[in-house]
Ligand binder design. Structure first.
Ligand code: HEC
Ligand code: HEC
Length: 212
């Protein structure tokens, strides 16, 4: 190797080291293992009281992320919250120790915490699950992704709501409350609702539609 090539190589290594350091300092959505985070949340029983999108017994994790956005010590605070079992206050006023994660592996715990703090950007759409729910709920009788049937093509719905604030909440209500829908021939009937009450499955379907 010539000296010049060695120098180039050293520059490259230095650039790589810098890149690695910046990634470690600010873990971004891409560096998260979303599937592992969700698995740990399920294994630890977190999902009995929490959902990503909706308030259950505990706050929606999306709202937790919003609350902590921009706070430098957010990661540390949540890490403590899910590992030390400190008292949590419930809606009915009683207090009990908040459950802790079922692992002692700091990397897995850190990944879960960073995932929660990165929501909703890192919430991936589980496409097969969304399609299954749409089939089970017989949505596909009136809807398709690309073509208009009795209901609008879901691609057109996504285009109409593109980027609009509150779109997710609006569609969530649309597919859970059975309010009146107007059909092409002018008649109105209650719009069918999804055949599940699991907020995460419903939100996944809604987010899939909005992502089309
Ligand atoms: C028995 C119900 C219950 C379970 C199970 C539960 N939580 Fe909570 N969680 C709550 C309640 C209630 C709050 C809000 C009250 C509080 O933080 O004092 C909360 C708050 C939180 C917060 C927000 C804390 C903050 O500082 O704003 C996070 C994050 C959280 N929980 C994560 C988890 C994780 C991760 C698990 C699984 C290891 C879990 N929770 C399991 C009930 C629960
Ligand atoms: C019997 C036919 C029919 C079935 C079944 C049906 N829809 Fe619809 N849907 C419609 C019609 C018609 C519209 C447009 C009129 C309206 O929204 O008032 C519509 C509109 C929508 C919209 C757009 C709402 C908006 O605000 O623009 C979404 C999203 C949607 N449906 C999702 C679903 C899902 C999810 C299911 C399954 C749970 C489903 N639909 C089942 C007929 C149907």
């Amino acid at each position: 190797m010539t000296t010049a090539m060695q120098f180039d190589r050293r520059l490259q290594l230095a650039a790589l080291a810098l890149l690695a350091a910046s990634l470690a300092a600010a873990p971004d959505a891409a560096a998260l293992d979303v599937i592992a985070a969700q698995r740990l949340a399920r294994q630890s029983g977190c999902v009995e009281c929490h959902s990503v999108y909706q308030k259950k017994v505990g706050p929606a994790w999306k709202d937790v992320a919003t609350k902590y956005r921009g706070q430098a010590d957010a990661g540390q605070r949540l890490y403590k919250h899910v590992t030390t079992g400190r008292k949590a206050r419930f809606d009915d006023g009683h207090e009990e120790s908040h459950p802790v994660v079922k692992t002692g592996d700091p990397a897995r715990i850190g990944n879960l915490v960073e995932w929660i703090l990165a929501l909703p950007v890192a919430a991936p759409v589980d496409v097969p699950a969304a399609q299954t729910l749409a089939r089970q709920s017989r949505c596909v009788k009136c809807h398709a992704v690309d073509v208009k049937k009795e209901g609008p093509a879901w691609k057109d719905v996504a285009a109409r709501y593109l980027g609009s604030v509150g779109a997710e909440d609006k569609l969530y209500l649309h597919v859970t409350t059975g309010r009146k829908a107007k059909f092409a021939d002018g008649h109105e009937e209650n719009h069918p609702v999804v055949k599940t009450s699991d907020p995460d499955r419903i939100s996944n379907l809604v987010n899939w539609i909005l992502s089309l």
